[in-house]
Design a protein around this ligand. Structure first.
Ligand SMILES: CC(C)(COP(=O)(O)OP(=O)(O)OC[C@H]1O[C@@H](n2cnc3c(N)ncnc32)[C@H](O)[C@@H]1OP(=O)(O)O)[C@@H](O)C(=O)NCCC(=O)NCCS
Length: 159
C-alpha cells in the first residue's frame, strides 16, 4: 500500500503502527469504546496476524503540520459464508478538535481504495441510531441506508 493515500487534504493517511496505540485508544474513547493503549496494541497485532485469512487494516490520519494522529478507520473484508466482495468499516472516528476539515472523508476514501484493491465491489457499515451527525456524513459521501436492524446481546457472565 502507498504510504500516502490523500495528497489533497491536510492529513496523510497511512496504516496504523504500534506507536499509534495511545492516540488511537484515546480516539476510541471518543467513539464510545474506551480501551487502554496496551489493549489497542494487542488488538492491532491480532488484526495483522488474522489479515492473512481475513484482510483488514487500521488506517490513521496524521495531521501534516503537527504529525499528530487525528483519526482512524478500521476496514475489513470478513470471511463470510454468504456475502463476498464486500468490505465492512468496523470503526471510524475523527478527533472532536479536527472534525469538519475533510479528515473523515479522506479516511473513508482511503478505506474504499483499500477495499477495491482487495477485490471488493461494495463497502458497508453499521451506525448506531443515535449517531445522527455521522449518518449525515455518510449520506454526504454517497452511502445509503439499505437495512435497519436491532442488535441483541446477552451477557454470559450471568450463567
Ligand atoms: C462522522 C465523522 C467521522 C466525520 O468526520 P469529519 O472529519 O468531521 O467529516 P468531513 O469533514 O470529512 O466531512 C465530509 C463531508 O461530510 C459532511 N458532514 C460531516 N459531518 C456532517 C454533519 N454532521 N452534517 C452534515 N454533513 C456533514 C461535510 O460537510 C463534508 O461535506 P463536503 O466535503 O461536501 O463539504 C466525525 O464527525 C466523527 O468522528 N464523529 C464521532 C464518531 C462517529 O460518530 N463515528 C462514526 C461511527 S458509525
Amino acid at each position: 500500500m502507498p504510504d500516502d493515500l490523500s495528497p489533497t487534504v491536510a492529513v496523510s493517511i497511512r496504516p496504523m503502527e504500534a506507536e499509534d496505540a495511545a492516540t488511537v485508544a484515546a480516539l476510541s474513547g471518543e467513539l464510545g469504546y474506551p480501551a487502554s493503549p496496551d489493549q489497542v496494541a494487542t488488538r492491532l497485532e491480532q488484526v495483522r496476524r488474522s489479515a492473512r485469512e481475513q484482510p483488514a487494516v487500521v488506517l490513521v490520519a496524521e495531521d501534516r503540520l503537527t504529525g499528530q494522529v487525528v483519526g482512524w478507520a478500521h476496514v475489513c473484508v470478513p470471511v463470510d459464508l454468504v456475502k463476498a466482495n464486500t468490505a465492512d468499516i468496523w470503526g471510524l472516528v475523527v478527533a472532536s478538535t479536527h472534525r469538519g476539515r475533510g479528515t473523515g472523508r479522506a479516511l473513508m476514501a482511503a478505506a474504499e481504495a483499500w477495499a477495491a484493491s482487495h477485490g471488493c465491489r461494495e463497502v458497508r457499515l453499521r451506525s448506531g441510531s443515535h449517531r445522527i451527525e455521522a449518518h449525515a456524513f455518510y449520506e454526504r459521501l454517497g452511502y445509503r441506508v439499505t437495512k435497519t436492524q436491532l442488535t441483541f446481546s446477552r451477557s454470559l457472565d450471568e450463567d
